[in-house]
Design a binder for this molecule. Sequence first.
Ligand code: URA
Ligand code: SF4
Length: 184
Amino acid sequence: MFFKNQKLNLLSNQIKICKKCRLWKFRKNAVPGEGPANARLMIIGEAPGASEDESGRPFIGKAGKFLNKLLEKNKIDRKKIFITNVVKCRPPKNRVPEDDEINICAKNYLEKQIELIKPKMILLLGNTAVKTFFASFELSEHHGKIIKTAKRLYAFTYHPSAARFTKIRKKIEKDFENIFELVK
Ligand code: URA
Ligand code: SF4
């Protein structure tokens, strides 16, 4: 447990000074992610936005506030989850991260975080996160579902920033209910 924590902190420290892809040039702060090393659930978004870049913390802006509401509604304690993103630095103007940025960042950091934490379930938020793990999956087909692989469960829904569209917000709310109902 102790060692796992240390390794996770070491990774965070490496992320904070990383220059492995072009995104380092645009960041104020890299956002490694946060949560306990023994988290059973990991939530993975796309990339830091403006508030996250300012603070170095994941999901604390508008999308983060909506995520907090979803977690509260489903009686999930945010402090027990490890929350992070596919890429750890904010892309300029919040553009979608490019394939090479995703490959470099996820190989070096996200994959290692997952290996250390070994979560029982990973909840993927939005297309970028989904495609990173399941290249051929369409969210329109898989949102709200849970699939089981040899290592763990994966669940899928839209990105909370898409909640500005009422239709999608309702889908996300229902997906969270379904997903956490199924794993209770
Ligand atoms: N959107 C994301 O994908 N991640 C964050 O941390 C914040 C907003
Ligand atoms: Fe490094 Fe990832 Fe930031 Fe690119 S996005 S500089 S790989 S931490």
